[in-house]
Design a protein around this ligand. Sequence first.
Ligand code: GCW
Length: 889
Amino acid sequence: MIGCALLFWFRKFTVGRDQDGTTVGAWGPNEVQYMLRTIASSVAFGLAILVAGDSSARAQTADQAWLHEPSHLFLFGKVIALGSSPIEQSAVQELSRSISHPASVKGGASLPRSWRESTLTVIGTTEEVHEAYPDFPAPSLAPGEYWIWWNGSAEHSVSVIAGGDERGALYGVFALRRLPVSGESFPLTNLQNLHEVPLREHPAMPIRWVDQWDNADGSIERGYAGRSIFFEGGKVRGDLKPVSEYARLLASVGINGCNVNNVNNAVQFLDPEMIRGLAKIADAMRPWGVRLAMSVDVASPQKIGGLATYDPLDPAVKAWWNAKVNDIYALIPDFAGFTVKADSEGQPGPASYGRTPADAANTLAAALAPHGGVVLYRAFVYNHHLDWNDPKADRARAAYDIFHPLDGKFAPNVIIQTKEGPIDFQVREPVSPLFGGLTQTSQAMEVQITQEYTGQQRHLVYLAPLWKQALDFDMRVAGRSTPVKEIVSGTSFHRNLGGMVGVSGVGRDAWLGSPLAMANLYAFGRVAWNPNLAPEEIAREWTRQTIGANEEVVRTVVKMLMQSWPAYEDYTGPLGLQTLTDIAGSHYGPGIEGSENNGWGQWHRADHEGVGMDRSVATGTGFAGQYPLAVAKKYESAATTPDNLLLFFHHVPYTYKLHDGKTVIQYLYDSHYAGAAQAAGFVRDWETLKGKIDTALYDNVLPRLEYQAGHAIVWRDAVVQYFLKLSRIPDEQGRAGHYPGRLEAEDARLDGYQIVDVKPWEDASRGKAVSCDLKQPMQREKQPSCSAEWTYEGPAGRFDIAVQYFDLQGGVAKVALTVNGQAAGMDATWVADAMLPTRRLHGDNSTRHIVEGVALKPGDTIRIEGTPDGSDPAALDYIELIPAASNRH
Ligand code: GCW
């Protein structure tokens, strides 16, 4: 929208000159034409396609994400900072990047020198602007807020980028960078000019942090993009360049804090040597206005401090924390604060001394307060040894049960950080009721950017719509409108702290590993800055800056992004079942049984008659009653619970009818087929972009989407066959349990292959696979491979042959498909070298390879030869013959 303002701004500028009818200063008609040409091509018709490139291969820079060189900022002429802070220097550097490269703009070489000389842009805080230009109407601004104003004439103009603080000025520069790509919808009424209508925006909430779950050894908990950019071998890394690039990326979307280490395994981060290292990280991020925070282990006074206790109320413990915090501030004067996970999943906590989270949080808060630091105390506290047989046990209740009674007892610099749902980053959950249960406490919403339960970056899942529905949810506290976004931003209950925290998990592999996953990092910052932005608009902004500004490209990518979360929900866990994955394992592939009969409490309680967890007050766990009245009432009854949360709140028979009359079981079948079909559609969508976007990016993303389409089928079949077996109710459309064209490996003539049971059974077709487990070296020498053979008995035709196999870590097995002894096509031999989770056969690593256009006639011998390698036994589930025409894109 601001793009139009710029266009107008420029138009006014040139129109003013036209009115003179003469050449003004060093400006001649050629320059005018040049500028108009440039503006026309870069703003009105969109920028030439800007492309991400193959970010995985090069050094790690912010440009590989969305920060490409913008091509319009030369309009700002010479850029100076009014103050001397490093943040203002970054702002100058950021704006100057493109100004110093006018040649990168088409025709830019002819940019008149005088333009630069007569045009000045000043960057500073509002106070600095007042001092330098007492006549300029710079308003007083809030922290982080920016104000962009233009003054002058063609010969002499000054643009002002003022901030409520240095960060605000920097955010103003990044807002300008977004201009040409945030095009269309600047309201007409605002189309005056920046002189009369300056650009002005402030962040909705003060806490806009990312959390990294990086370990000192360089691994990242729930990270899917390589090793840590911060740590390696127990120390802070020597090369912190990626850290400053990361901070630049974060600043560009308004993020102002980064908690660098895992909430688990935090104790060694308080070691003096480590604190010195952390100070270097803080130095690297400071110029971008990103403050460093760290996770701490509340047992540190005992574990590393030599005290006999870590009781938060013990004076020696308090003194220990005070001294430790002083040490930190001596090296990191703008240290942001601590994040705490305590009494949760094995982490020590105040409960060991009969103390409350408030006791622990306040001890830390007291140490931090004199320095301006805060405590982000996580509400993710629950008992992970729940009794599955107890119908009243419910993990979802824990946060509210523990924290609601403590409302009002937390120090002012404590913020309760609550995951957006009451369980754990599932594909769909209701909003945590705790947001409505703390009216006298500052709160932050924690979301995951790293896709732990949502496809681990191997699946395209754009998460902004998920966050947005949580933020928009009206909690109706005390019967009035209290959307969660207003609660966490502090406005509903007049808190001066609060915000959003995104668990980001970036690593050394192109930040998030997958190029399209970067939309989530971008969107997190934008949503935290302004939770009223529409996810679709954010997707459009990101796509234009990252992939290309061509309308068709933008439309296609935005469509894919917007469809991706609903599709993933459809093929993993619809109707509020949550992600039906093995919750005690990798949290990746299907594992429906794995979600039951354990202490972790992510249960769906499916039996022969029905499915879902009764969380009503009347007959269930009572969780629904934790919401304010109006919401509690809605969730209490199945009839008024939205379908997409039905099974989260209620246990219903499979034949229960949803609002549109469809039965629950039929919906389960239908949604899984629809979701998998949608995933296949993403491949076709992407294929339409061939030749329209950067080739390396195209080639990088295509196999990821093909993999996703195959894995969506693994999901579909696992969930569908599980519920078919349990409910014994057939699919009205006859798909469940019937797989036309599928030839099971266990039915083949096997040579060397052994039939094995896959666990859980639902992860393989009919629960069985064949494995070429040639353990002994002698045996391998004699027989290096195994084979499975089928005789084709259908009508002659052309088929795409999908080979469903298990690609295990620990070896690169080979697979070959032949027909009558001949290779079945160009890509009929391949290697199983994907890095999929876990080392045993199941849905995490079941994957497919499609050999296209194979001619078959009755009597042909189809043969798979699998050559195991290391601990990968070249295991095979089935092959499927898909008539080529029906599978053509
Ligand atoms: O979702 C779970 C993850 C854990 C994580 C925990 C938490 C850092 O599986 O890996 O631990 O949540 O949020 O504390």
